[in-house]
Design a protein around this ligand. Structure first.
Ligand code: SF4
Ligand code: SF4
Length: 258
């Protein structure tokens, strides 16, 4: 990107809860550090004015769940130099992808008085199932520090420093006591991607995998340790993999294993 010009940033929403966009607003103090190099050209949740594309970076929140989402992602790709999938919804399908395991029509008929007015695709899926994605920011919600690092890297023309290894390494580096070894707490850290700052183990609770699978996720081994050593019922293990990032392939396969 031209270092003489401000980065033209666009923020888009597909099917999502807006939590990742709120992280941008919550991180305004950290955005001050890059305020001079970024122009929020399109961020309807934060600013009234919308500048037309083409955009240098598009941050996309949400999963592709409706026909409108499917059309919009194609438009975003055409209008953007760099596309970033932002958060668990955009990178794995998110919590709404739980319906992929079931008959969504049946649930809609049970819950809504007029299910015929709801227009959804057969599955709720990640952005990368539809278009080329340049970078992913994991988490539910994202870690704003990772977003700042990503924008800085794009500006400097380098690869962003976004870890793909497991959360266990993050815990070790920060000196946290392992909740599984010390207290027998089931923790998905060994199969989950680092980047959140290990905020759940820091307070003594197990990770539930909101950053999705790490690059070496041995889900089978974790399943066996939970079952044999921690005596976690198999149904609970399946439910643990079937959480916020259930449609990410390693977690989906483990939750479907018989
Ligand atoms: S990843 Fe989580 S916080 Fe972000 S939009 Fe999806 S549900 Fe909300
Ligand atoms: S410890 Fe796990 S569940 Fe908690 S924020 Fe980090 S990745 Fe998400």
């Amino acid at each position: 990107m031209n270092p003489e010009k401000k980065i033209k940033l666009a923020v888009w929403k597909l099917t999502s809860c807006d939590g990742c966009q709120l992280q941008l607003i919550n991180a305004e103090d950290r955005f001050l550090s890059i305020a001079g190099v970024v122009e929020f050209a399109r961020f309807p949740e934060g600013f009234r004015n919308v500048a037309r594309g083409r955009y240098d970076i598009s941050l996309v929140e949400g999963s592709v769940t409706t026909p409108r989402d499917a059309r919009l992602v194609q438009q975003i790709r055409r209008q953007s130099r760099v596309v970033v999938a932002m958060g668990a919804c955009a990178t794995s399908g998110g919590i709404q992808a739980l319906r992929n395991f079931s008959d969504a029509g049946k649930w809609m008929r049970m819950i809504y008085p007029s299910p015929g007015t709801i227009d959804i695709l057969k599955k709720s899926t990640a952005l990368s199932d539809h278009i080329h994605v340049d970078h992913e920011l994991r988490g539910c919600p994202i870690n704003p520090d990772q977003l700042i690092e990503l924008i800085a890297a794009c500006r400097q023309g380098r690869k962003p420093n976004l870890p793909t290894h497991s959360l266990c390494q993050e815990c070790k580096r920060m000196g946290y006591i392992c909740v599984t070894v010390a207290s027998g707490v089931p923790c998905m850290g060994p199969v989950t991607q680092a980047g959140c700052g290990a905020i759940c183990p820091a307070v003594g609770r197990g990770c539930y995998g909101c950053f999705g699978p790490c690059d070496t996720a041995n889900t089978r081994a974790l399943h066996e340790v939970w079952q044999r050593q921690l005596e976690v019922p198999v149904d609970d293990i399946r439910r643990a993999f079937r959480g916020i990032t259930a449609w990410a392939t390693p977690f989906r396969r483990e939750s479907e294993r018989r």
